[in-house]
Design a protein around this ligand. Structure first.
Ligand SMILES: C[S@@+](CC[C@H](N)C(=O)[O-])C[C@H]1O[C@@H](n2cnc3c(N)ncnc32)[C@H](O)[C@@H]1O
Length: 203
């Protein structure tokens, strides 16, 4: 299987090489929540990592399922929930094969797509669509992390794999997904480059 494995991610957590981790919920998630655009519902957070977003959503009354296939990520998310006395389902599962018992109203995707080798993007996009009810929302942060070897030599490098907007347009293709009009929210990241935040609607 191309790209990083759960062992790769486990080692990142054990060595504390988690430079993607803001140590707090993503500011764009907070903006969506504070504006009322994202309202309490049944929501999945694939590749939840340290669990900041899972905890924030649980704190605001969402029925949250955090998913991650790496034991350390699952343990960190559960520990964060425990320290804040919050309740959420945390499932150790591969997002490429996970099947929920019940569809979700929404998915919050942050830094999971860019953690997966592009060989698996079509499968992941199909999974996200299947998890969602019709008219469900995919709240997504597309990581903009272009690398010189990608733009100059055509190498596919990651993680993070650059989520080029043209590739995203093809991956989450109409008519399966409804896109808002750009410009999209540009969300700075302290270490990585930036993310583009938008809401796609599952058709
Ligand atoms: C770059 S980290 C991002 C974590 C979190 N979303 C954040 O932004 O802080 C990627 C996470 O996705 C998880 N992940 C990657 N591929 C996965 C897969 N196929 N199934 C489940 N989790 C996966 C990793 O274990 C890791 O915790």
């Amino acid at each position: 299987m191309a790209g990083p494995t759960t062992e790769f991610w486990q080692e990142r957590f054990e060595k504390k090489e988690t430079r993607w981790d803001r140590g707090a919920p993503n500011p764009q998630l907070l903006a969506w929540l504070d504006s009322g655009a994202l309202q309490p519902c049944r929501i999945a957070v694939p590749g939840c990592g340290g669990g900041w977003e899972v905890a924030e959503l649980a704190r605001r009354g969402f029925d949250v399922t955090g998913l991650d296939y790496t034991p350390a990520a699952v343990a960190k998310t559960r520990a964060l929930l425990d320290t804040q006395s919050l309740k959420a389902e945390v499932v150790q599962a591969d997002v490429l094969s996970y099947q929920p018992g019940q569809v979700f109203d929404a998915v919050y995707e942050q830094t999971c797509l860019c953690a997966i080798h592009p060989d698996h993007w079509l499968q992941y996009a199909r999974q996200l669509r299947q998890w969602l009810k019709p008219e469900g929302s995919l709240w997504v942060l597309f990581m903009q992390a272009i690398r010189p070897a990608a733009s100059e030599e055509g190498l596919i490098e990651g993680p993070p794999y650059h989520c080029d907007i043209n590739a995203m347009w093809a991956l989450f293709a109409q008519p399966d997904w409804a896109w808002p009009k750009p410009p999209y929210a540009k969300v700075p990241h302290p270490v990585l480059v930036h993310e583009l935040g938008l809401r796609l609607i599952r058709r």
